[in-house]
Ligand binder design. Structure first.
Ligand SMILES: N=CN[C@@H](CCC(=O)O)C(=O)O
Ligand SMILES: [Zn+2]
Length: 413
């Protein structure tokens, strides 16, 4: 496949650039008036139209992208897209002013989703998650991480992970899997935290390892959920099976989650709506990626993470959706990128880098995804005609994604 007359070929980072820290995020390399050649699902070559070699310009299978940009697919490194039912009954409670914690305490929240998921079949869960994933791909997402965490029993956590495995087998994009049984304490363990942690460690983890069902381990380390000590215990146990941590940290309070995550060599710390100087100091010399989820802040009405301070401190910032039925019922990365700019004051270049190469880095796939470089996977999208690249986040709420290409082939859904 040859794409010609591209107004701007975006995200041309060198192939060995695997993550962007601090001011590196400011630079989004773009080649104007370009062509791009794809072969065998990989990016084969690119260049300027003015100097396109004749043996390439004569190739039969061509798409003209006149007036349009080509970007690497969004890499959404934090989602919970396997769930049994939406939770719009909590929507009115939110509008009345109830907080996330109050809704959870009233029987809503994660336990509400767990109740519903426990009753759903694997097929039902697969069907509904597949519809969500297809929609996300059509909005430009070309790599995704998916968490368990609405099972909260051995049987249902494994059921969720098997659903994710089926998605992995049937969709043409890379999917990373995160085990999140430590999402909330089931009601029957409300006063026996260690009992549930023992279940995770002694019963769930061995099955997950034996069936190779997960890449990462996650804990919702937060007041009212899992304490720092409980998190440490679970991460240690996960490490014995080779599961690296990706942590829900500092969503509702500064909790010590960052410190325990860094201590356990977390790949990423996610959320950070609440942070302080210490948070930044702890992260400064760690390799941990800071994954921010602005559509969660938007939906819950909680503070937006301080992206600018993280970037100023030379940290690698990624953007992801957090698609889930409770705090973020949306998997639209275009909206995330807009919010990154509008609410977190990231420049379009920073937000696009954070949603592509750094998202890929937060899933440890940035050697093959997240930028346009010879030899990388041809997962990308062609925009509608746009006056500039900044128009993409500027025109919030409207998808500029026109044609999705995965492994070098047009994806129709
Ligand atoms: N905070 C924990 N987990 C999800 C919300 C889960 C839910 O409310 O169902 C999040 O990332 O926001
Ligand atoms: Zn989440």
């Amino acid at each position: 496949m040859l794409i010609t007359n591209i107004k701007g070929l975006v995200g041309l980072h060198p192939k060995d650039k695997l993550v962007l820290r601090g001011t590196e995020l400011d630079h989004l390399p773009v080649l104007e008036n370009a062509w791009l050649l794809i072969e065998g699902g990989l990016i084969k070559d690119f260049g300027e139209m003015d100097s396109i070699p004749s043996h390439i310009s004569n190739l039969p299978s061509q798409i003209s992208a006149k007036g349009r940009y080509v970007l690497p697919s969004w890499c959404d490194s934090h989602t919970h897209i396997v769930f049994a039912a939406s939770r719009e009954e909590e929507f009115a409670m939110k509008i009345q002013g109830k907080t996330y914690e109050e809704i959870a305490a009233a029987g809503g929240g994660i336990l509400n989703s767990a109740n519903k998921l426990q009753k759903a079949t694997e097929d039902e869960l697969f069907e509904s998650a597949a519809v969500r994933l297809k929609q996300m791909i059509l909005q430009g997402t070309g790599a995704v991480e998916i968490k368990s965490g609405y099972g909260l029993t051995t049987q249902s956590e494994i059921k969720m992970l098997r659903v994710i495995r089926r998605l992995k087998d049937q969709f043409p994009i890379p999917i990373k899997v995160t085990f999140l049984a430590a999402h909330a304490f089931p009601a029957e363990f409300k006063n026996d935290h260690q009992g549930y942690i023992d279940l995770i460690i002694n019963e769930m983890l061995p099955v997950i390892a034996a069936e190779n069902l997960a890449d990462y381990i996650d804990v919702f380390c937060e007041k009212g959920f899992f304490s720092v000590e409980e998190t440490d215990q679970i991460l240690n146990a996960g490490a014995k099976y080779g599961l690296k941590p990706k942590i829900h940290a500092n969503q509702l309070s500064v909790s010590g989650a960052i410190e325990v995550a860094v201590k356990n060599n977390a790949i990423s710390v996610d959320h950070l709506e609440e942070s302080n100087e210490e948070t930044i100091e702890t992260l400064r010399n760690a390799g941990t990626i800071v994954t921010l989820l602005p559509s969660c802040s938007f939906y819950l009405g909680i503070p937006f993470a301080d992206a600018k301070s993280f970037i100023k401190a030379n940290l690698p910032v990624a953007l992801a959706t957090d698609f889930n039925p409770g705090s973020t019922p949306s998997g639209n990365m275009n909206f995330v990128v807009s919010l990154g700019c509008i609410k977190m004051k990231m420049f379009p270049e920073q937000a696009i880098n954070a949603a592509t190469l750094n998202g890929a880095a937060a899933m440890e796939i940035s050697e093959s995804y997240g930028s346009i470089a010879v030899g990388k996977k041809a997962n990308l999208f062609i925009t509608k005609p746009m006056p500039s690249i900044a128009y993409l986040p500027y025109s919030f709420g409207e998808s500029q994604v026109d044609t999705v290409i995965l492994n070098g082939e047009i994806y129709h859904g």
